[in-house]
Design a protein around this ligand. Structure first.
Ligand SMILES: C[S@@+](CC[C@H](N)C(=O)[O-])C[C@H]1O[C@@H](n2cnc3c(N)ncnc32)[C@H](O)[C@@H]1O
Length: 229
């Protein structure tokens, strides 16, 4: 992590320690990736989808960027608000643990409120993806539309797999998809987000994508080029 990011993190921790409201992110580079993605998609109308919020820092930055670069109708944030699920199967054995990155819905709501980011077009959806992303009754109440920018920052293969299956009908030519944990698991193609993406593309040969950039230590951005009928 850059020295400037480390100093900012220290500042946020100190603020918190002395009782001031404060929140930050484990990966400050995510905001840089988001900036690239919002710039790339500035002529594309659609919604922002984030999967993995922790304290809500990247989500707050996306809301600010969406306002700056325009054409973002809604902001959807999906998280368990209980941290990571059980880390089993091919995800087991690396540094991730159940409950890691836990931040409650109430905390995230307060964090967004402190940045004036709780507008009518902002939605936080609580639940583990294997349930929440399939819960039609709950999802039907949301104005889910074509995706402009999608941030997948949920660390694990199984999480990314569930997210990609869910987001599929909302993809459109031009959608930017960010994988924050592209290089986790030693960038092993058989694990994590890399595996989920590879399997997703094999399942959907009608989707043509291209890698448009990297951000930070571990992030990658893809663009949906074309979706054949
Ligand atoms: C690394 S943190 C996200 C960091 C955040 N984007 C930021 O930059 O501050 C990962 C988040 O993914 C969430 N998560 C991972 N897998 C999940 C799943 N299957 N269902 C719901 N939430 C999940 C965790 O609860 C956690 O909040």
């Amino acid at each position: 992590m850059k020295l400037s990011d480390r100093l900012i993190r220290k500042y946020y921790h100190l603020k918190k320690k002395f009782g001031w409201h404060s929140f930050y992110t484990p990966t400050p580079d995510t905001a840089r990736g988001l900036k690239q993605a919002f710039k790339q998609t500035q002529s594309l109308a659609g919604d922002y989808y984030e999967f993995g919020l922790f304290e809500g820092y990247s989500f707050y930055r996306a809301i600010k960027l969406g306002k700056t670069w325009g054409q973002t109708a809604h902001y959807f944030g999906f998280d368990s608000f209980e941290g990571l699920p059980d880390v089993t199967g091919i995800d087991a054995g690396w540094r991730f643990k159940r409950g890691q990155y836990r931040s409650s819905l109430e905390e995230v709501t307060a964090n967004l409120k402190s940045k004036n980011c709780l507008a009518d077009n902002v939605y936080l959806i609580k639940g583990f993806y294997n349930e929440s992303l399939k819960n039609k009754a709950k999802l039907n109440h949301l104005p889910l539309g074509p995706a402009k920018v999608v941030l997948i920052d949920s660390d694990l293969y199984e999480s990314a797999r569930d997210v990609l299956n869910f987001i599929y009908p909302y993809l459109q030519p031009g959608t930017a998809i960010l994988f924050d944990d592209w290089n986790c698991f030693e960038a092993d193609e058989q694990k994590g987000e890399r595996r989920a993406w590879r399997e997703f593309l094999a399942l959907h040969p009608e989707i043509d994508t291209e890698l448009t950039g990297y951000f930070g230590w571990g992030g990658a951005i893809f663009k949906v080029k074309k979706i054949s009928a």
